[in-house]
Ligand binder design. Structure first.
Ligand code: GAR
Length: 187
């Protein structure tokens, strides 16, 4: 008999955690065969940690201050993540570039949600940049994480029409619920 088990997921966060919440909700509703085994943050004050605690999920936060360099910190951070034996690591608003040496064992098992139609607008302020460029459409991507910032192979994208009245904030708000759907589907 084939025994089916939930996919073990680690979610890496830095802030609000609405994408994390979308995964928690899908897990709790039985809509996704996943088990979120840990939520890990580089920011101790991240609201996402509170969301995980409320759902009874293990968490840890590691402050980068006090580590000699990026590699030192990232190694320690990812070693702790590895302790939870995840099958997949999901970066959901994790606003840190991971050192390429620390990252290399995870390539192919780590995905990221990014608020642009990659390869357009890697990095920050993606909504403002899409507006400034006069784009007709904007969107979000889920991609495999590689050492190149927001540059790994795209798994799937979701898009929406930019309206004349859009501001970076309105665009971000409308895109966010689409991000949640995209991330759930990709996971
Ligand atoms: C999301 O819009 C996500 O796509 C973006 O940060 C936000 C996190 O929101 N990620 C990046 O820009 C990564 N390059 P959340 O904490 O509410 O999920």
């Amino acid at each position: 008999m084939i025994e089916r088990r939930a996919l073990r997921i680690a979610v890496l966060v830095s802030g609000r955690g609405s994408n994390l919440q979308a995964l928690i909700d899908a897990m709790q509703a039985g809509e996704l065969p996943i088990e979120i085994v840990v939520v890990a943050s580089n920011r101790i004050a991240a609201e996402a940690l509170r969301r995980a605690e409320a759902a009874g999920i293990a968490t840890f936060a590691l402050d980068p201050a006090g580590y000699a360099d990026r590699l030192d910190y990232d190694r320690e951070f990812l070693t702790r993540v590895a302790g939870y034996a995840p099958d997949l690591v999901v970066l959901a608003g994790f606003m840190r570039v991971i050192d390429r040496t620390a990252l290399s064992p995870w390539v192919g098992r780590m995905i990221n949600v990014h608020p642009s139609l990659l390869p357009k607008y890697t990095g920050l302020k993606t909504h403002a940049r899409a507006l400034a460029a006069g784009d007709a459409r904007h969107g979000a991507s889920v991609h495999y994480v590689t050492a190149e910032l927001d540059g790994g192979p795209v798994i799937a994208q979701i898009d929406l029409a930019i309206e004349a009245s859009d501001t970076p904030e309105s665009l971000a708000t409308r895109l966010l619920s689409l991000e949640h759907r995209l991330l759930r589907q990709c996971v």
